[in-house]
Design a protein around this ligand. Structure first.
Ligand code: AMP
Ligand code: GLY
Length: 423
């Protein structure tokens, strides 16, 4: 079969690698892809938001299955466009992708169906939001309602910061129309865990847990980024936590979406915080995480195509989703200056060191070909991943492999997986 993957980051490279392992697949295309994905798929220069061109391409090439990795096209309704053209595509329809696309929607859903999350209020009017702050407790969390490249969350330590935050989101529109509405919520403390799942509308199958490192600098300092590294599984996601989440969060979310007439098929990513009062939902995403996919997918035992098709066809209950009894660590190599400003176009050397090794992966996030040579083309450049018998071994291997590649301005965190030592 022929598969099209939509996106261009490390997550899409990890998806492509999983798809490539399937004996059922003859040909992979990726739109737009990157230099690394180009080694296992044919990259086509169509952007993820160019739905008409993507549909036309899929028809012309008789694509059997399209997998969408990114949030923007899903929230924008790409699945509906493919289905309307009679094409098979994996991901939630627009009316279900709102689970990620609107934080106000997701908070109201959790409240209505009794799914544990931080206490909150939604606001359409900045005056009301400002008035609310008069009696609020601090720190407090402000969230732009819509998609904001993972940057639309502000943690404010006092009233002055929060007033400034409301103004920047709702009045100055720092995150554009994503800030037409906002959520103000209780600040929670605890460890964060990412749990990804496959969903077919009714049945949910949980993937192995992971932990991201969102801040740019060592010791969780500096600005928030798309993610500087991950490990899987999380030792803090214990069987007790898992049992609680299965009872109070996972299936309830799937059932709530169905009850609302928004049947969800695709990947639900549960961003959880393990608080003293039990696990609570920080956020939902309607797709694989990036860089969570880079540590979860290499550990998946199933043929990804079988699972994806079962989600589309509503037959997930017939499938056991299984993971290797090992661990994986991903260290992101970024361009120095990310996430603010950085230079691009530097040659990436040493990629051949990863060839022929099945426990090391070099996932490309921001790379391109220039005169036939791979060059840096983004803030996050590569996701160096290794699997090992346990987390410590995987971490040691991943950090060793970060030395195999070089490019000017190479930057990474040195403490990815430090939490493992506290487990
Ligand atoms: P989100 O995009 O909603 O996951 O938020 C991004 C990050 O902000 C999360 O990974 C948390 O580190 C932090 N965060 C979000 N909501 C809260 C909250 N209610 N309390 C504490 N931290 C939060
Ligand atoms: N790594 C967090 C995300 O994909 O949203």
């Amino acid at each position: 079969m022929k598969v099209l993957i939509v996106g261009s980051g490390g997550r899409e490279h990890a998806i492509a690698m999983s798809v490539k392992k399937s004996p059922r697949v003859d040909k992979i295309y990726c739109a737009p892809g990157n230099a690394g994905i180009g080694q296992i798929a044919e990259c086509v220069p169509i952007k993820a938001m160019e739905f008409d061109k993507l549909v036309a391409f899929a028809k012309e090439k008789e694509i059997d299955l399209t997998i969408v990795g990114m949030d923007d096209p899903l929230v924008g309704g790409i699945i509906d466009e493919f289905e309307a053209a009679g094409l098979r595509a994996f991901g939630p329809r627009k009316n279900a992708a709102i689970l990620e696309g609107s934080k106000a929607f997701s908070k109201d859903l959790m409240k209505k169906y009794g799914i544990p999350t931080a206490a909150y209020e939604n606001f359409d009017d900045p005056k009301e939001a400002l008035a609310y702050l008069e009696t609020a407790h601090f720190p407090i969390v402000l969230k732009a309602d819509g998609l904001a490249l993972g940057k639309g969350v502000l943690i404010c330590n006092d009233k002055a910061e929060a007033i400034e935050g409301v103004r920047s989101i709702m009045q100055d529109k720092k995150f554009g129309s994503a800030g037409n509405r906002m959520v103000i919520e209780e600040f929670m403390t605890g460890r964060e865990v990412s749990v990804l799942s496959f969903v077919d509308g009714d049945t949910i199958r949980i993937m192995s847990s992971a932990q991201d490192h969102k801040r740019a600098g060592d010791g969780d300092t500096g600005l928030n980024t798309g993610g500087m590294g991950t490990f899987s599984p999380s030792p803090f996601y214990t069987p007790e936590v898992d049992a609680y989440c299965r009872e109070h969060i996972f299936q309830k979310t799937v059932d709530a979406m169905k009850a609302e007439g928004r049947e969800f098929k695709g990947v639900i990513f549960f961003g959880l915080m393990l608080t003293q009062d039990g696990p609570k939902v920080l956020e939902y995403n309607a797709r694989f995480g990036d860089p969570e996919a880079q540590v979860v997918l290499p550990r998946l035992k199933n043929d990804l195509i079988d699972v994806v098709e079962a989600c589309i066809d509503g037959t997930l209950k017939d499938i056991r989703v299984e993971f290797e009894d090992n661990a994986a660590v991903c260290v992101v190599l970024a361009s120095d200056g990310y996430p603010v400003s950085y230079e691009k176009g530097f040659e990436i050397k040493g990629l051949e060191n990863f060839e022929g090794k099945d426990d090391y992966f070099c996932f490309h996030a921001g790379s391109a070909l220039k005169d036939g040579k791979p060059v840096t083309n983004g803030g996050r450049v590569l996701g160096i991943t290794a699997t090992g018998e346990d987390l410590k071994k995987a971490r040691e291997k991943a950090y060793a492999a970060t030395e195999w590649v070089s490019f000017e301005n190479k930057y990474m965190r040195h403490d990815i997986g430090k939490a493992i030592d506290e487990a």
